[in-house]
Design a protein around this ligand. Structure first.
Ligand SMILES: C[S@@+](CC[C@H](N)C(=O)[O-])C[C@H]1O[C@@H](n2cnc3c(N)ncnc32)[C@H](O)[C@@H]1O
Length: 401
């Protein structure tokens, strides 16, 4: 979290951000240049402006490391803080837990502007503190390898497509297009221990929403992304690959009723063009939520094939869990999924590929059959917020059981 304002200058860093159910805990530091010590931090939900209720705020914790790095900042030897707030219910944003604005009070003034903060969970070991960024930028989700973006947001901005050609990957608005990518990257690091030198495959990469921020992290690694929508792939080939030759994008001429009705090949017949055991990490965000059962089954087998033993997969889904079933049957879900004879659930009977959910045990069994052990399912509570998909994390067996 950093910001420079015309009146008060300050620096800060989020060492840890945790979202536990409805509570957000942030540990970090903040220090001003000339406005005295911080006297208060206030968070609001950035999208709706709804207020987060403060549970605990501890300021002025010892920070000898900050003093060593930034001796000129006010009170830099006691500028660490811990903040715990409740997150308001029912925010319209897909990042309802995670996109917050910060207001800071200092001894000699209040910071009026709100720096937008992306707050999933951050790496345990902080990288070098980031420098000021403009008040209109979202604060970077920082982590090792990501300093370049923090120092120069233009690097990212130059690759971001106009939302009018990008909305097909998520109807969330232009601002969140950027945020989602950074958020996913942070989750890859947190939940899947993604390393900058690893080889990565993205299935259904759209128009680079996640690949773009990933360019700042996957420094010595390799990225391959494919999708079935031509213009997204062409955008990435033109905007990303020339700057980052270790990022390659290609088109698969595959049918999908919702995204590519002219596609020649059935997804269930499409072989990923890679040798067995090529990748350390495969991810799909909001792709199996648009694919029919036979296609999902075949793609999962392909993921299992191209992953190295021990390789990880991060996949967002609409999972029909016990809780989801309760929400659906009580009529309190925002998504009106209904079960179909083939076993999938959809709220758009004439075009199921617009949004498909699967029973959680069907997916975990399928992954298991394909050599992928589910290590974690992180509920997104999509019945409250249709953009918050569940996350299924799996690992390829070292040897088939
Ligand atoms: C909601 S978008 C998400 C895009 C991207 N994963 C992201 O998060 O920005 C769904 C994507 O899945 C792609 N898709 C659908 N069926 C596919 C298939 N069989 N193979 C690869 N991509 C597919 C669509 O073209 C679309 O880009």
């Amino acid at each position: 979290m950093t910001k420079q304002d015309s009146s008060i200058k300050y620096m800060g860093y989020l060492d840890r951000v945790r979202v536990d159910d409805e509570t957000l805990t942030i540990e970090g530091w903040v220090a001003s240049q000339g406005a005295g010590r911080a006297t208060g931090l206030h968070l609001d939900a950035a999208v709706s402006g709804k207020t987060c209720r403060l549970i605990e705020q501890v300021l002025h914790l010892p920070s000898p490391d900050v003093r060593a790095a930034y001796p000129a900042l006010d009170d830099s030897d006691r500028c660490r803080f811990l903040l715990r707030v409740t997150l308001p219910e029912g925010l319209p944003s897909p990042m309802r837990d995670l996109l917050l604005s910060v207001e800071l009070s200092f001894a000699q003034g209040r910071e009026e502007g709100s720096a937008v903060m992306v707050a999933p969970s951050l790496p345990d070991t902080p990288p070098a503190p980031i420098t000021f960024i403009s008040s209109t930028s979202t604060a970077s989700v920082t982590g090792p390898g990501n300093e370049l973006a923090a120092q120069n947001p233009d690097v990212i901005d130059d690759m971001i497509p106009d939302y009018s050609v990008a909305s097909y990957v998520g109807d969330t608005g232009a601002e969140l297009f950027k945020v989602v990518g950074r958020l996913m990257l942070d989750w890859f690091k947190t939940y899947c221990d993604l390393k900058p030198e690893e080889s990565v495959l993205e299935v259904g990469c759209g128009i680079g929403r996640i690949a773009i921020p990933l360019t700042q992290y996957l420094t010595t690694g390799r990225y391959e992304g494919f999708d079935i929508v031509r213009h997204g792939i062409e955008w990435c080939q033109q905007k990303v690959t020339p700057r980052y030759p270790n990022f390659n994008f290609f088109l698969a001429d595959v049918y999908n009723k919702h995204y590519q009705p002219d596609g020649k090949q059935a997804a269930a017949d499409y072989t990923f063009p890679f040798e067995d055991g090529t990748f350390d990490f495969v991810f799909l965000t909001s792709v199996f939520t648009h694919m029919m059962p036979k296609d999902v089954e075949h793609y999962t087998a392909e993921i299992g094939r191209v992953l190295k033993p021990g390789g990880r997969c991060f996949c967002t889904i609409y999972s029909i869990s016990e809780e989801a079933r309760r929400q659906l049957t009580s009529g309190s879900s925002r998504m009106a999924f209904k079960v179909f004879p083939e076993g999938y659930w959809s709220d758009t009977p004439n075009n199921p590929e617009a949004a498909i959910a699967y029973p959680e045990e069907y997916l975990t069994d399928l992954f298991m059959q394909c050599g992928l052990e589910t290590t974690q399912v992180i509920p997104g509570k999509w019945w409250k917020n249709e953009f918050a998909q569940d996350i299924l994390i799996s690992r390829k067996f070292q040897r088939m059981p």
